[in-house]
Ligand binder design. Structure first.
Ligand SMILES: [Zn+2]
Length: 280
């Protein structure tokens, strides 16, 4: 979809399932199961939605899904299914070589897993060979030091090959990556989690990352148990929702299998609804 002078498409980095209780943190199951129906193992269906932004200068990919390096055991635990990011990009006519810039919201496996690929000898290298990759310096530091409650979520194979190849740029704080596309640190989910904001001809699209994983999370306390700082997630999310509603921003939802993007409507203070817009 063309918005301003940029073209946007949501692409899939693969489907998976996560424990419904973990996805809704302190919210009782009696409430969340009405929003997302769990399977017999209490898991709910999740997507890994990635965003392609085609600006007049660059082809930009935001997040990369969980990739193709997961073991069969991990694939079973997370109920992984669906197409790989590379295959889904191909259906949109995009080859790995076409991507100029990759921006990662953070380095958890379901966002950075597709950033690297392995060859038959087990050698890891960047999945997008021409691209420059961007992530927050603080996120990198926390990832390599394993600053996490879910220890397996930072897998060095997903990001150290980027550094080894000289393809990774570590940024500090809010800044533009190229004309009209910038990053803003939210914290909350991880200390240095960032969202990505693209503006062209006055029209703004925001990839919120794990600050707002599905539209069912568009309420203050509806945070994930995976959040390191749930209160910060809540504060940042409410601020984002208010801004998106008042300024007509389109929000991309990184984990929602039911709706990938849409506009926010403020019903009353702290209460929001979501109007889906298909970007593809
Ligand atoms: Zn995630």
């Amino acid at each position: 979809m063309l918005i301003g002078n940029n073209e946007y498409q949501v692409v899939s980095g693969g489907d998976f399932k996560l424990d419904g209780g973990a996805m809704f943190g302190i919210v009782p199951k009696t409430l969340w199961q009405k929003l997302r129906k769990p399977d017999e193992d209490n898991r709910i269906q999740m997507a890994t939605n990635c965003l392609l932004i085609r600006t007049p200068q660059y082809l930009i990919l935001v997040d990369t899904g969980y990739g193709t390096k997961m073991t069969d055991k991990e694939r079973a635990i997370y109920g992984m299914s669906g197409v790989s990011l590379i295959d889904d990009l191909a259906t949109h006519g995009v080859k790995p070589d076409d991507v100029d810039i990759v921006i990662l919201s953070h380095l958890h496996f379901d966002h950075a897993g597709g950033a690297t690929v392995t060859d038959l000898e087990g050698q890891m290298y960047p999945a997008f060979p021409r691209a420059r990759y961007f992530v927050q310096q603080g996120e990198w530091d926390d990832a390599v030091n394993g600053f996490a409650t879910m220890t397996a979520t930072y897998n060095l194979e997903n990001f150290t090959p980027l550094m080894d190849a000289g393809a990774l740029t570590l940024v500090e704080g809010n800044r533009d990556i190229c004309e009209g596309v910038g990053v803003a640190v939210t914290g909350g989910h991880t200390r240095h989690h960032q969202m990505i904001k693209a503006t062209s001809a006055g029209e703004t699209v925001v990839f919120a990352g794990d600050i707002l994983p599905t539209y069912s999370h568009a309420r203050g306390p509806y945070n994930m148990a995976y959040d390191l700082f749930p209160h910060e997630t809540m504060v940042q999310k409410l601020q984002l929702l208010e801004q998106a509603a008042s300024q007509g921003w389109i929000i991309v939802l990184d984990h929602d299998p039911l709706a990938t993007a849409g506009k926010i409507v403020q019903e009353k203070p702290g209460r929001f609804s979501f109007e889906e817009i298909a970007l593809n």
